[in-house]
Design a protein around this ligand. Structure first.
Ligand code: 13P
Length: 256
Protein backbone atom coordinates (compact mmCIF):
# COMPACT_ATOMS: atom_id res chain seq x y z
CA UNK A 1 0.00 0.00 0.00
CA UNK A 2 1.34 3.42 -0.92
CA UNK A 3 1.24 5.98 1.88
CA UNK A 4 0.34 9.33 0.41
CA UNK A 5 1.75 12.31 2.28
CA UNK A 6 -1.08 14.59 3.34
CA UNK A 7 -1.29 18.00 1.69
CA UNK A 8 -2.92 21.11 3.12
CA UNK A 9 -3.29 24.02 0.71
CA UNK A 10 -4.53 27.48 1.62
CA UNK A 11 -6.45 29.33 -1.08
CA UNK A 12 -6.45 32.94 0.04
CA UNK A 13 -8.71 33.91 -2.89
CA UNK A 14 -9.04 37.71 -3.36
CA UNK A 15 -7.94 38.53 0.19
CA UNK A 16 -4.87 40.15 1.77
CA UNK A 17 -2.96 43.20 0.62
CA UNK A 18 0.79 42.73 0.28
CA UNK A 19 1.28 43.95 3.85
CA UNK A 20 -1.44 41.66 5.25
CA UNK A 21 -0.02 38.74 3.31
CA UNK A 22 3.48 39.40 4.62
CA UNK A 23 2.19 39.44 8.19
CA UNK A 24 0.29 36.17 7.78
CA UNK A 25 3.11 34.34 6.04
CA UNK A 26 5.63 35.40 8.65
CA UNK A 27 3.39 34.01 11.35
CA UNK A 28 2.85 30.77 9.42
CA UNK A 29 6.55 30.35 8.65
CA UNK A 30 7.32 30.77 12.35
CA UNK A 31 4.71 28.22 13.43
CA UNK A 32 4.89 25.53 10.73
CA UNK A 33 7.77 26.55 8.47
CA UNK A 34 10.03 23.72 9.59
CA UNK A 35 7.62 20.80 9.81
CA UNK A 36 7.94 18.06 7.20
CA UNK A 37 5.11 15.69 8.15
CA UNK A 38 2.60 17.36 5.86
CA UNK A 39 3.05 19.18 2.55
CA UNK A 40 1.77 22.71 3.04
CA UNK A 41 1.07 25.08 0.15
CA UNK A 42 -0.07 28.69 0.37
CA UNK A 43 -1.75 30.34 -2.61
CA UNK A 44 -1.81 34.13 -2.18
CA UNK A 45 -3.21 36.58 -4.74
CA UNK A 46 -0.75 37.48 -7.54
CA UNK A 47 0.05 40.86 -6.00
CA UNK A 48 1.47 39.14 -2.90
CA UNK A 49 3.30 36.30 -4.67
CA UNK A 50 6.67 38.04 -4.57
CA UNK A 51 6.58 39.02 -0.90
CA UNK A 52 5.27 35.61 0.12
CA UNK A 53 7.95 33.88 -1.99
CA UNK A 54 10.65 35.84 -0.16
CA UNK A 55 9.18 35.06 3.25
CA UNK A 56 9.08 31.35 2.40
CA UNK A 57 12.80 31.09 1.63
CA UNK A 58 14.36 28.55 3.95
CA UNK A 59 11.02 27.16 5.12
CA UNK A 60 9.29 23.94 4.12
CA UNK A 61 6.16 25.81 3.04
CA UNK A 62 5.47 25.80 -0.67
CA UNK A 63 4.09 28.51 -2.91
CA UNK A 64 1.10 28.13 -5.20
CA UNK A 65 -0.91 30.41 -7.45
CA UNK A 66 -4.68 30.55 -7.79
CA UNK A 67 -4.81 30.56 -11.58
CA UNK A 68 -2.67 31.07 -14.69
CA UNK A 69 -2.90 31.36 -18.46
CA UNK A 70 -2.05 28.44 -20.74
CA UNK A 71 0.31 30.46 -22.98
CA UNK A 72 3.84 31.37 -21.87
CA UNK A 73 3.67 35.02 -22.91
CA UNK A 74 1.93 37.36 -25.30
CA UNK A 75 -1.01 39.72 -25.70
CA UNK A 76 -3.26 38.44 -22.91
CA UNK A 77 -4.07 41.52 -20.86
CA UNK A 78 -4.46 40.84 -17.17
CA UNK A 79 -3.08 37.31 -17.29
CA UNK A 80 -0.10 35.60 -15.66
CA UNK A 81 1.87 32.70 -17.17
CA UNK A 82 3.52 29.54 -15.86
CA UNK A 83 7.09 30.81 -16.44
CA UNK A 84 6.22 33.97 -14.47
CA UNK A 85 5.11 31.80 -11.55
CA UNK A 86 8.14 29.53 -11.82
CA UNK A 87 10.36 32.62 -11.56
CA UNK A 88 9.13 32.89 -7.96
CA UNK A 89 9.70 29.17 -7.42
CA UNK A 90 6.00 28.45 -7.25
CA UNK A 91 5.40 24.70 -7.20
CA UNK A 92 1.61 24.48 -7.43
CA UNK A 93 -1.24 26.19 -9.22
CA UNK A 94 -4.97 25.89 -8.50
CA UNK A 95 -6.83 25.30 -11.75
CA UNK A 96 -10.53 25.08 -12.52
CA UNK A 97 -11.75 26.40 -9.19
CA UNK A 98 -15.54 26.60 -9.21
CA UNK A 99 -15.32 30.37 -8.75
CA UNK A 100 -13.32 30.54 -12.01
CA UNK A 101 -15.85 28.28 -13.69
CA UNK A 102 -18.88 30.22 -12.40
CA UNK A 103 -17.74 33.86 -12.51
CA UNK A 104 -15.19 33.77 -15.34
CA UNK A 105 -16.70 31.23 -17.69
CA UNK A 106 -13.87 28.68 -17.52
CA UNK A 107 -14.80 25.35 -19.04
CA UNK A 108 -13.19 21.91 -19.01
CA UNK A 109 -11.48 22.46 -22.38
CA UNK A 110 -9.73 25.62 -21.19
CA UNK A 111 -8.84 24.07 -17.83
CA UNK A 112 -7.37 21.06 -19.65
CA UNK A 113 -5.03 23.36 -21.60
CA UNK A 114 -3.92 24.95 -18.35
CA UNK A 115 -3.32 21.55 -16.71
CA UNK A 116 -1.08 20.47 -19.61
CA UNK A 117 0.79 23.79 -19.54
CA UNK A 118 1.33 23.56 -15.78
CA UNK A 119 2.80 20.07 -16.08
CA UNK A 120 5.08 21.14 -18.95
CA UNK A 121 6.41 23.86 -16.64
CA UNK A 122 6.99 21.66 -13.59
CA UNK A 123 4.02 23.17 -11.77
CA UNK A 124 1.72 20.74 -9.98
CA UNK A 125 -1.89 21.49 -10.89
CA UNK A 126 -4.43 21.42 -8.07
CA UNK A 127 -7.37 20.58 -10.30
CA UNK A 128 -10.75 21.42 -8.75
CA UNK A 129 -13.88 19.43 -9.53
CA UNK A 130 -17.27 19.35 -7.85
CA UNK A 131 -21.02 19.46 -8.29
CA UNK A 132 -23.51 22.23 -7.59
CA UNK A 133 -26.40 21.77 -5.16
CA UNK A 134 -28.85 21.36 -8.06
CA UNK A 135 -26.65 18.66 -9.58
CA UNK A 136 -26.38 16.81 -6.26
CA UNK A 137 -30.13 16.98 -5.73
CA UNK A 138 -30.68 15.65 -9.25
CA UNK A 139 -28.47 12.66 -8.42
CA UNK A 140 -25.86 13.77 -10.96
CA UNK A 141 -22.86 14.19 -8.62
CA UNK A 142 -20.75 11.31 -9.89
CA UNK A 143 -21.60 11.99 -13.53
CA UNK A 144 -20.54 15.65 -13.18
CA UNK A 145 -17.35 14.80 -11.32
CA UNK A 146 -16.49 12.12 -13.87
CA UNK A 147 -16.95 14.44 -16.84
CA UNK A 148 -14.89 17.23 -15.24
CA UNK A 149 -12.09 14.88 -14.19
CA UNK A 150 -11.83 13.06 -17.52
CA UNK A 151 -12.01 16.18 -19.67
CA UNK A 152 -9.60 18.25 -17.59
CA UNK A 153 -7.02 15.44 -17.51
CA UNK A 154 -7.14 14.61 -21.21
CA UNK A 155 -3.65 14.11 -22.64
CA UNK A 156 -1.92 13.80 -19.24
CA UNK A 157 0.56 10.90 -19.35
CA UNK A 158 0.60 8.25 -16.69
CA UNK A 159 4.17 9.26 -15.87
CA UNK A 160 3.06 12.79 -15.00
CA UNK A 161 -0.25 11.82 -13.39
CA UNK A 162 1.22 11.53 -9.86
CA UNK A 163 2.17 15.23 -10.08
CA UNK A 164 -1.48 16.16 -10.36
CA UNK A 165 -3.45 16.97 -7.22
CA UNK A 166 -7.24 16.78 -7.42
CA UNK A 167 -9.43 18.84 -5.13
CA UNK A 168 -13.00 17.67 -4.72
CA UNK A 169 -14.92 20.80 -3.82
CA UNK A 170 -18.69 20.43 -3.73
CA UNK A 171 -19.81 23.90 -4.83
CA UNK A 172 -22.60 23.96 -2.24
CA UNK A 173 -20.05 23.54 0.56
CA UNK A 174 -17.73 26.39 -0.45
CA UNK A 175 -17.87 29.33 1.93
CA UNK A 176 -21.30 28.25 3.15
CA UNK A 177 -20.40 26.51 6.40
CA UNK A 178 -22.13 23.40 4.99
CA UNK A 179 -19.52 20.70 4.93
CA UNK A 180 -20.03 17.43 3.08
CA UNK A 181 -20.45 14.52 5.47
CA UNK A 182 -17.43 12.26 5.70
CA UNK A 183 -19.43 9.57 3.88
CA UNK A 184 -20.43 11.94 1.06
CA UNK A 185 -16.83 13.10 0.66
CA UNK A 186 -15.25 9.64 0.87
CA UNK A 187 -17.73 8.27 -1.67
CA UNK A 188 -16.72 10.87 -4.25
CA UNK A 189 -13.00 10.59 -3.43
CA UNK A 190 -13.10 6.81 -3.88
CA UNK A 191 -14.99 7.30 -7.13
CA UNK A 192 -12.32 9.73 -8.37
CA UNK A 193 -9.58 7.25 -7.38
CA UNK A 194 -11.41 4.61 -9.41
CA UNK A 195 -11.54 6.91 -12.43
CA UNK A 196 -7.84 7.66 -12.11
CA UNK A 197 -7.14 3.94 -11.94
CA UNK A 198 -9.04 3.42 -15.19
CA UNK A 199 -7.21 6.28 -16.90
CA UNK A 200 -3.67 5.90 -15.56
CA UNK A 201 -3.51 2.45 -13.98
CA UNK A 202 -3.35 1.46 -10.33
CA UNK A 203 0.25 2.47 -9.42
CA UNK A 204 -0.13 6.04 -10.72
CA UNK A 205 -3.65 6.46 -9.32
CA UNK A 206 -2.52 5.39 -5.87
CA UNK A 207 0.02 8.22 -5.83
CA UNK A 208 -2.41 11.05 -6.67
CA UNK A 209 -3.45 13.19 -3.71
CA UNK A 210 -7.17 13.94 -3.63
CA UNK A 211 -8.01 16.89 -1.37
CA UNK A 212 -11.38 17.83 0.06
CA UNK A 213 -12.43 21.49 -0.09
CA UNK A 214 -15.53 23.26 1.20
CA UNK A 215 -15.91 24.69 4.71
CA UNK A 216 -13.08 22.54 6.07
CA UNK A 217 -12.28 23.73 9.59
CA UNK A 218 -10.22 22.41 12.53
CA UNK A 219 -13.42 20.98 14.04
CA UNK A 220 -14.45 18.84 11.05
CA UNK A 221 -11.00 18.11 9.60
CA UNK A 222 -10.00 15.09 11.73
CA UNK A 223 -12.98 12.99 10.56
CA UNK A 224 -12.54 13.98 6.94
CA UNK A 225 -8.77 13.40 6.99
CA UNK A 226 -9.21 9.96 8.53
CA UNK A 227 -10.98 8.72 5.39
CA UNK A 228 -9.05 6.34 3.18
CA UNK A 229 -9.11 8.48 0.05
CA UNK A 230 -9.01 11.97 1.58
CA UNK A 231 -5.40 13.05 1.35
CA UNK A 232 -5.68 16.61 2.60
CA UNK A 233 -7.63 19.80 2.20
CA UNK A 234 -7.96 22.87 0.01
CA UNK A 235 -8.85 25.53 2.53
CA UNK A 236 -10.50 28.88 1.89
CA UNK A 237 -11.81 30.84 4.88
CA UNK A 238 -9.83 28.95 7.52
CA UNK A 239 -6.54 29.65 5.68
CA UNK A 240 -6.83 33.40 6.22
CA UNK A 241 -5.96 33.26 9.87
CA UNK A 242 -2.77 31.63 11.19
CA UNK A 243 -4.32 29.79 14.15
CA UNK A 244 -6.97 27.90 12.19
CA UNK A 245 -4.59 27.07 9.32
CA UNK A 246 -1.95 25.76 11.70
CA UNK A 247 -4.62 23.67 13.46
CA UNK A 248 -5.56 22.15 10.10
CA UNK A 249 -1.92 21.30 9.37
CA UNK A 250 -1.69 19.68 12.80
CA UNK A 251 -4.89 17.72 12.14
CA UNK A 252 -3.37 16.41 8.91
CA UNK A 253 -0.19 15.50 10.70
CA UNK A 254 -2.13 13.58 13.34
CA UNK A 255 -4.14 11.76 10.66
CA UNK A 256 -1.25 10.55 8.56
P1 13P B 1 -13.98 27.59 2.14
O1 13P B 1 -12.98 26.78 2.93
O2 13P B 1 -14.02 29.03 2.51
O3 13P B 1 -15.31 26.93 2.09
O4 13P B 1 -13.43 27.58 0.61
C1 13P B 1 -13.10 26.38 0.03
C2 13P B 1 -12.44 26.67 -1.27
O5 13P B 1 -13.07 27.11 -2.20
C3 13P B 1 -10.99 26.43 -1.37
O6 13P B 1 -10.57 26.53 -2.69
Amino acid sequence: MILRKKLIAGNWKMNKTTADAAALIQELAGLIGKQTEVDVVVCPPFTAIESVARALEGSTLKLGAQNMHFESSGAFTGEVSAPMLRAFFATHVILGHSERRTFFGENDELINKKVLTALRNQLRPILCVGETLAEREAGATLKVVQAQTERCLEGVSKELAPSVVIAYEPVWAIGTGKVATTEQAQEVHAFIRGLLTKIFGEPAAQKVRILYGGSMKPANAPDLLAQKDIDGGLIGGASLEARSFVDLVNAASAAK
